[in-house]
Design a protein around this ligand. Structure first.
Ligand code: MEV
Length: 427
C-alpha cells in the first residue's frame, strides 16, 4: 500500500518513471514491474498524450462477431470486452435473425443538445420569449465558431428554452440543437454553448451557470428491428411456438419490473459498449443516454420490445439514443479504433449507430434465449469455467481439462479449480 498519495511533480514525469515510482511506493515485485513495463513504447507514448499520469497500457480482448447482416449488408462486428459469452451470444443471435432477413436499422440526423443554465432571471417566461425571438442571432453566432462543420452540412439548428420555476432554484435552461455530423460532438457543442453565454446574459439579464451537452441525446435516436423465424427457437422439449412464448414472457418480466429491466438493458449494453470501446467511442456517454432514455416516462423500462407477428414469428425492436462518432476523439487517436471502423466498413456515424442498435437488439435476443430456453448457466458457465481455470494458473491444455471438470461438477470456483489443477500436476 502507498504510504502517501501526495506525489508532487508526478504528472511531469515520463510514464516509465511514473511506473517505477508507483512500483516503489506500493512494493511491486519483479513480475508485476515487468507487467507494467511490457507496454510498447509507441503505445505508451500515445497513451501519455491521451490521458494524465499514465503508467502503462491495459489491453482487452478484441474479437469479431459473425453472422450480422444490417440493412442487407453483411458486417463483421469488432468487440472489445472482457466478459465471456458476449461475442458468442451475438454471433448466435445474429444467425437466428439472419434466417429472417437480418436487421433493419434507421437513425435520426446526428442532432446533439447543448444545455445552458440561466439563473437569477426575474421574468422567466418573458426572458424565454426574448431568447426565442433571437433564435437566428444565436444560431449565426454558434455557426461562426466552426466553419468546417458548417461546410460539411452540420452546425447549430435550433434553440429551445425550458422554464423551471417551481424548484428551490428557479431557472431557464436553453437547449442548442446542433448537428454534429460524423463526430460524437461533445467538444464542438461545449464550445458553442460556452460562446453563447454573453448573448444569453444580454437577453435574459440573468447569470449563466453550467454550459455542457446532455448525454440524453434523444434527438439522435437509432432504431433497429428483426424478424426471428419461430423455427430458430425450437429445441428439444420446446416447440417453436413455445420458444416464442418464452421470449415474450421474458420481455414481459422486464416491462413489469425495473429490477429485471436493469439487467435486461445491461445485456443490451454488453454488445453496444463492446463495439463502442473497439471503435474508440465514449461508452459512458452511451450508457448514461440509454438508461436516461429508458426512464424517460418516469418508470424505468426495457429499451427493446418483443412481439409475435401475424405469421407467428418473433419480432424485435430497439430504439435508443446513440451519440457515436467516426471522426474526432479517440476514434482517430487510437489506432485500433480506426482498424475497428475499417472492419465494420462504415462510412458515417449514422451507419455506425444503426449497426450498434442492431447489435444491442441481437445481444438482448441472445440473453433472453439463453435465459428463457436453457438457463444462462449452461453456456455461460462453460466459458466462465475457462476464465476461472486461467485465473488459478492453468496453462495450455490444462485450461480445458480444469474447465471441463468444473463444469461437470457444476462448481465453478477458484478453490475447486486450484485443487483440480494440483491433482493434474501431481498425476
Ligand atoms: C450478463 O452480462 C447479461 C445478462 O444478465 C442479460 C440479461 O439478463 O438479459 C445475461
Amino acid at each position: 500500500m502507498a504510504s502517501s498519495s501526495r506525489l508532487p511533480g508526478f504528472f511531469q514525469l515520463p510514464p516509465q518513471e511514473r511506473a517505477q515510482r508507483v512500483a516503489e511506493l506500493v512494493g511491486l515485485n519483479d513480475e508485476e514491474r515487468a507487467l507494467l513495463a511490457g507496454a510498447h513504447d509507441q503505445d505508451l507514448a500515445r497513451s501519455d498524450r491521451m490521458i494524465e499520469n499514465v503508467i502503462g497500457t491495459y489491453a482487452l480482448p478484441l474479437a469479431v462477431a459473425t453472422n450480422m447482416q444490417v440493412n442487407g449488408r453483411d458486417v463483421l462486428v469488432p468487440m472489445a470486452i472482457e466478459e465471456p459469452s458476449v461475442v458468442a451470444g451475438l454471433s448466435y443471435a445474429a444467425r437466428m435473425a439472419r434466417e429472417g432477413g437480418g436487421f433493419n436499422a434507421m437513425t435520426d440526423e446526428p442532432l446533439m443538445i447543448g444545455q445552458i443554465q440561466v439563473l437569477n432571471v426575474p421574468d422567466l417566461h418573458a426572458a424565454r420569449f426574448r431568447i426565442l425571438a433571437a433564435r437566428q442571432r444565436l444560431l449565426d453566432h454558434a455557426n461562426a465558431l466552426d466553419p468546417v462543420i458548417v461546410s460539411l452540412g452540420g452546425g447549430a439548428r435550433d434553440v429551445e428554452v425550458r422554464v423551471f420555476e417551481d424548484g428551490s432554484v428557479p431557472m431557464l435552461v436553453v437547449h442548442l440543437i446542433y448537428d454534429a455530423r460524423d463526430a460524437m460532438g461533445a467538444n464542438t457543442i461545449n464550445t458553442a454553448v460556452e460562446a453563447l453565454r454573453p448573448l444569453i446574459v444580454e437577453l435574459t439579464g440573468g447569470r449563466v451557470g453550467l454550459r455542457i451537452l446532455t448525454n440524453l441525446a434523444d434527438r439522435r435516436l437509432a432504431r433497429a428491428s428483426c424478424v426471428v423465424p419461430r423455427e430458430t427457437l425450437a429445441q428439444e422439449g420446446c416447440s417453436p411456438e413455445e420458444g416464442v412464448t418464452r421470449i415474450l414472457e421474458a420481455h414481459a418480466f422486464a416491462v413489469a419490473d425495473p429490477y429485471r429491466a436493469a439487467t435486461h438493458n445491461k445485456g443490451v449494453m454488453n454488445g453496444i459498449d463492446a463495439v463502442a470501446i473497439a471503435t474508440g467511442n465514449d461508452w459512458r456517454a452511451l450508457e448514461a443516454g440509454v438508461h436516461a432514455y429508458a426512464a424517460r416516462e418516469g418508470g424505468y423500462r426495457p429499451v427493446t420490445s418483443w412481439e409475435r407477428n401475424a405469421d407467428g414469428a418473433l419480432v424485435g425492436t430497439i430504439e435508443i439514443p446513440l451519440a457515436v462518432g467516426t471522426v474526432g476523439g479517440a476514434t482517430r487517436v487510437h489506432p485500433m479504433a480506426g482498424l475497428a471502423l475499417k472492419i465494420l466498413g462504415v462510412q458515417s456515424a449514422r451507419e455506425l449507430a444503426g449497426i450498434m442498435a442492431a447489435v444491442g437488439l441481437a445481444q438482448n435476443l441472445a440473453a433472453l434465449r439463453a435465459l428463457a430456453m436453457e438457463g444462462i448457466q449452461r453456456g455461460h458457465m462453460k466459458l466462465h469455467a475457462r476464465q476461472v481455470a486461467i485465473s488459478v494458473g492453468a496453462e495450455g491444455e490444462q485450461v480445458d481439462l480444469v474447465a471441463a471438470r468444473l463444469s461437470e461438477e457444476g462448481v465453478v470456483r477458484p478453490d475447486r479449480a486450484e485443487a483440480i489443477l494440483r491433482e493434474l500436476r501431481e498425476a
